[in-house]
Design a protein around this ligand. Structure first.
Ligand code: PLP
Length: 416
């Protein structure tokens, strides 16, 4: 029972340094968030010790009476949160959820239709080196010149290739998808509709985004992005798909579920049903809108900065640097230098290689969780706009970032 700091000072030091990094910088990676302490407490609990292959009430191991309780609570809360008939809380990650979902809906060799990775799609939607691209016949749709998903192309490709599954979802897209139109097209070609809401699930839970559960056959998500829970995956569906999805997750792809993570998911679903959570998601979306406004203002444009699709409806903006003297890598480094963490991101038809890119993806969920208000987001947006100009003052920008971080302390009780 030796504490971590005594048993393994090397690992403890890196964990402490990461805590300090999260506290002292502004986290604006769109797929990240800060889990509440109660979520981390559940995740760090004795449930990590328990084997529980199977599902609540139908396990292949003894002694599952308590993890049955936590897993059933997670399932019930999740179904309630999104109005779903079926939920599976066992996928270890978003990619695992997607793998299980895809293999439940289609056979290797079948055709799938998804958003091109280079236009904002995810690896698991058909990228060549991913299981989805290796085992399925992939057809990709794209965004148009205005940066919006080209629904006419989706319809044309669906009619031409008759996919088994149409995938609606994204990792880097600043607008809402037209689920009703995806459903209409899927019905027309007799395809299944799978929505991957990993990025925007928190907005859906808060009622700030259309709910894909109303349209799709299957919906997958992560639990750690806008949803703000532990790192993990989930699957929702109409009840007709229950048997196939359950057996695709276990024994199809996974063995023992991570019951400590499932308990933490349950806690995060409780949080996601609260008024506080809704208010936080409202600040998340408002913060992104402020960022988009500031980064399309005259002085930003003069520095060659622009925003894809001209704005945002969600928790992120995609900065277009094709006219800037900075590439994506340089812009990411420059923001890192002043204490803001973002990731570089390819823009559609990017002239630069994927490791460099001509864009940035900037998200607001983590700062909204920290308590940032519209006023704070305006200050952050101004700091970013200044940092992307040809001439900027590192020291003063660092001071402004530090003031914002100090104003909204993160995990104040955790420092040793
Ligand atoms: N789906 C989408 C749309 C994502 O953006 C991501 C993560 O970036 C995933 C799935 C995969 O999630 P994970 O990293 O938990 O496997």
């Amino acid at each position: 029972n030796t504490p971590l700091h005594e048993l393994d000072p090397e690992v403890a030091a890196a964990v402490d340094a990461e805590l300090l990094r999260q506290q002292s910088t502004l986290e604006m990676i769109a797929s990240e968030n800060f889990a509440p302490l109660a979520v981390m407490e559940a995740q760090g609990s004795v449930l990590t010790n328990k084997y529980a292959e199977g599902y609540p009430g139908r396990r292949y191991y003894g002694g599952c009476e308590h993890v049955d309780v936590t897993e059933q609570i997670a399932i019930d809360r999740l179904k309630e949160l999104f109005g779903a008939e079926y939920a599976n809380v066992q996928p270890h990650s978003g990619a695992s959820a997607n793998q299980a979902a895809l293999f439940a809906l289609a056979q290797p060799g079948d055709t799938i239709l998804g958003l091109d990775l280079a236009h904002g799609g995810h690896l698991t939607h058909g990228m060549r080196l991913n299981f989805s691209g290796k085992q399925f016949n992939v057809v990709a749709y794209h965004v148009d010149d205005a940066g919006l998903v080209d629904m006419a192309e989706v319809e044309r490709l669906a009619k031409e290739h008759r996919p088994k599954v149409i995938i609606a979802g994204w990792s880097a897209y600043p607008r809402q998808l037209d689920f009703a139109e995806f459903r209409r097209i899927a019905d027309e070609v007799e395809a299944f509709l799978w929505v991957d809401m990993a990025h925007f699930a928190g907005l859906v839970a808060a009622g700030l985004h259309p709910n894909p559960v109303e349209y799709a056959d299957v919906v997958t998500s992560t639990t750690h992005k806008t949803l703000g829970g532990p790192r993990g995956g989930i699957i929702l569906a109409k009840k007709d798909f229950a048997k196939k999805l359950n057996s695709s997750v276990f024994p199809g792809f996974q063995g023992g579920p991570l019951e400590h993570v499932i308990a933490a998911k349950a806690v995060s679903f409780k949080v996601a049903a609260s008024e506080d959570f809704k208010e936080r998601q409202r600040r998340t979306v408002e913060g992104a809108r402020i960022l988009a406004e500031r980064l399309t203002a005259a002085d930003a444009r003069e520095a060659g900065v622009n925003v894809l699709s001209g704005g945002t409806d969600v928790h992120l903006v995609l900065v277009d640097l094709r006219e800037s003297e900075l590439d994506g890598q340089q812009a990411e480094d420059r923001l890192h230098e002043v204490g803001i963490t973002v990731n570089r991101n390819a823009v559609p038809n990017d002239p630069r290689p994927p490791m460099v890119t001509s864009g940035l993806r900037i998200g607001t969920p983590a700062l909204a969780t920290r308590g940032f208000t519209a006023e704070d987001f305006t200050e952050v947006a101004d700091v970013i706009a200044e940092a992307l100009k040809p001439i900027y003052d590192t020291a003063s920008l660092k001071t402004r970032v530090k003031a914002l971080a100090d104003k909204h302390p993160l995990y104040p009780g955790l420092n040793k």
